[in-house]
Design a protein around this ligand. Sequence first.
Ligand code: ADP
Length: 283
Amino acid sequence: MAKATSWSKPVTKALRADGVKVSDLNTSATPGFKGDKKAGEALLAERAGVLSDLQEKLYANGRSGDTRSVLLVLQGMDTAGKGGIVRHVIGSVDPQGVDHAAFGVPTPEEKKHHYLWRIRRKLPRGGQIGVFDRSHYEDVLVVRVHDLVPPDVWEKRYDEINRFERKLVDDGTVVVKVAMFVSLDEQKKRLQQRLDRADKYWKFNPNDIDERAFWPQYQEAYQAVLDRTNTDHAPWYVLPCDSKWYSRLAITELLIDALQGLKLDWPEANFDVDEQKKRLVRA
Ligand code: ADP
């Protein structure tokens, strides 16, 4: 069985975005992990149990009034595997403890409001792991790449997002931001699969092919996000995603790290345990 020592350094260090150049990324690398796919999958099976136990503790504390939470922000180019993370990583924990939200093209109602309005409404409640499949970062990514608002409008958003996340963290949410990258070739392979397999048609969106033409602009927009919103209170992790087993393992480890940082204990009973035991004998 694989051991935790398969990591040569903690995932939080291996993936931290500090100084990363998006255009130089090796998307098939497995930073910090020494093992192969088999070792990675074996370790993931083991670590999913650890994540599940920690999540249960968070949930239990939330039920007892603890207002803290964890927010996983997933950003990535199409086919990077956000859906797979939600199914395979988040799927390994109790769904009662997960607040999942996906952010697509804003609805007419959402368009009437500030871009953070829809985000605020979906923030995790105390005791929950929130998962954002896309996020407020779309408002400095797709919006910037396609000139959906003038530059002086999106330009101000980086600082605004930093302030927004600062407040979130101060209010007790641990924010884990993951930027997921595949190579242009790997993306083509994954889109091809979606066209070759009837069970994948539902994932295919013709617009994904159009977006490939904007790859350099997206890289530039992602670079700006990493340069300007990689704060100590809400750090970015840069995840190479050509190997699905690695991306799932790495996000599992990031969540374990975030939850361990909360130093959770099981909540105290809010009743007299001995008294209730006696009552149960008589019942
Ligand atoms: P996915 O492609 O992740 O399966 P959807 O098809 O529901 O999900 O929608 C995602 C699309 O919505 C992406 O093309 C994304 O760029 C776009 N989108 C998300 N947020 C915004 C936004 N604020 N403004 C414009 N487009 C957005």
